[in-house]
Design a protein around this ligand. Structure first.
Ligand code: ATP
Ligand code: MG
Length: 415
């Protein structure tokens, strides 16, 4: 679990602001969800035989003996909240959320025990158009961030019925080759055989490669849904690869699944993953409701931005106010308030704790501010302030206090 230190928080804010803008450009509304849920919710919605539920959840009993779990992902809570508040009743919903998720994994680069996701969920729309809209949205995110290397992989898991048929064929094949399965896979054979396709074990790749292929078992409806989605992507010029072995870790997916993958992050190359989960709402006790969503990992995106040397704007102060003398402190603090009133977007640091000119200028430099304003008792008497650039060698000038706001405004506008 990481601290995000002051030197890093600007990058986080930039990432969050940029993604929020994209999400809002599609008319999605934010939903804020609790960090804790009843353990049962995750067991039911994610599935008992998944990595998350089997070994990654932070679960504890509260004072009443209720079993609670720190959320490992957001979809379950989002569906729970929508059902509880009647948001799915004869309505379409386009929702997003952001925040920390918790999984007790083996920490490594790109894999943490507290990490941050932005999630998108759309309810009530069954057609491939919403699949496409949400994939477009993800593509726009990378474009806005200046990330060029992510590859879109898509696949269809079929309807629950088609998957059941495929599952039978897959299990028959895997049973025949049971000696080649590792321990995890053997355990999954009965409970979650599709997950075996997702195994990263190199010794099993050949066996997996020769397994029956999901696309050969697709029902007509899923086949058509998938080809219409491909046409929508083609039409919009969004490039993709069909990966017939792409299955998702969670049990509740149907039809479309997708991932954005990059080779820039080593083993942790998936930055965003999602798909259609038409079965979940009904499974949790609601009316049958088509649904589509994805979650992206902010830590991995940030690592990509840094690896790609993408310029991330830092929120340095614009102005550092140097104050020398008792009168200057008294007058200067009010002057700073007036400036903040006049220029709401400006970031101004006032020197606190006195200090010589030299040490105050050192602090000003360290703050990253572009401009120093200097006020001593002399300037107070004359109603002026000295304006000095900290970025270049232009001569300092004395400016009337009532003109300072306009001057700073001009400097900020000029960048
Ligand atoms: P992986 O195969 O990498 O374990 P997952 O299938 O468990 O991923 P999802 O539950 O689909 O991941 O989560 C969506 C995204 O959240 C991932 O693509 C990734 O970017 C991010 N993510 C998941 N787990 C972690 C983690 N432990 N630390 C950092 N980011 C994570
Ligand atoms: Mg995982």
């Amino acid at each position: 679990m990481n601290d995000i230190l002051p030197g890093e928080s600007s990058s986080w804010q930039y990432l969050e602001d940029t993604l929020r803008e994209v999400v809002h450009a599609y008319g999605y509304q934010e939903i804020r969800l609790p960090l804790l849920e009843q353990t049962e919710l995750f067991k039911r919605s994610i599935g008992e035989v998944t990595d998350i539920v089997e070994k990654e959840m932070y679960t504890f009993d509260d004072r009443n003996g209720d079993s609670l779990t720190l959320r490992p992902e957001g979809t379950a809570s989002c569906v729970r909240a929508c059902m509880q508040h009647g948001l799915l009743y004869n309505q379409l919903q386009r929702l997003w959320y952001a925040g920390p998720m918790f999984r007790h994994e083996r920490p490594q680069k790109g894999r943490y025990r507290q990490f941050h996701q932005i999630g998108i969920e759309a309810f009530g729309m069954a057609g491939p158009d919403i699949d496409a809209e949400i994939i477009f949205m993800s593509a726009r995110m990378w474009e806005r961030l200046g990330l060029r290397d992510a590859v879109l992989q898509i696949n269809s898991l079929g309807t629950l019925a088609a998957r059941a048929e495929y599952r039978t064929a897959l299990v028959a094949y895997l049973r025949k080759h049971e000696s080649g399965l590792d321990e995890d896979s053997r355990r999954r054979l009965d409970s979650n055989p599709l997950r075996i396709l997702d195994s990263k074990n190199p010794e099993m790749q050949e066996l997996i490669g020769a397994a029956p292929r999901l696309p050969d078992y697709l029902d007509d409806e899923s086949r058509q849904h998938f080809s219409e989605l491909c046409a929508l992507l083609d039409n919009a010029g969004v490039a993709y690869e069909v990966n017939p072995r792409l299955v998702r870790g969670l049990d509740y997916y149907t039809k479309t699944v997708f991932e954005w993958v990059t080779d820039q992050l080593g083993a942790q190359g998936t930055i965003c993953a999602g798909g259609r989960y038409d079965g979940l709402v009904e499974y949790l006790g609601g009316k049958p409701t088509p649904a589509f969503g994805f979650a992206l990992g902010l830590e991995r995106l940030l690592a990509l931005l840094q690896a790609g040397k993408v310029d991330i704007p830092q929120h340095h102060p614009h102005v550092y106010l140097v104050l020398n003398g008792l009168q200057a402190v008294q007058h200067g603090m009010v002057f700073a308030e007036d400036l903040r009133n006049a220029l709401p977007g400006m970031r101004l640091l006032t020197n606190c704790g006195n200090g010589s000119f030299k040490s105050q200028f050192k602090r000003a430099d360290r703050s990253g501010a572009g401009i120093a304003l200097v006020m001593g008792d002399n300037e107070v008497r004359e109603g002026t302030v000295i304006l000095k650039s900290l970025r270049d060698e232009t001569e300092q000038e004395t400016v009337l206090q009532q003109h300072v706001a306009a001057r700073i405004h001009a400097v900020i506008e000029a960048g």
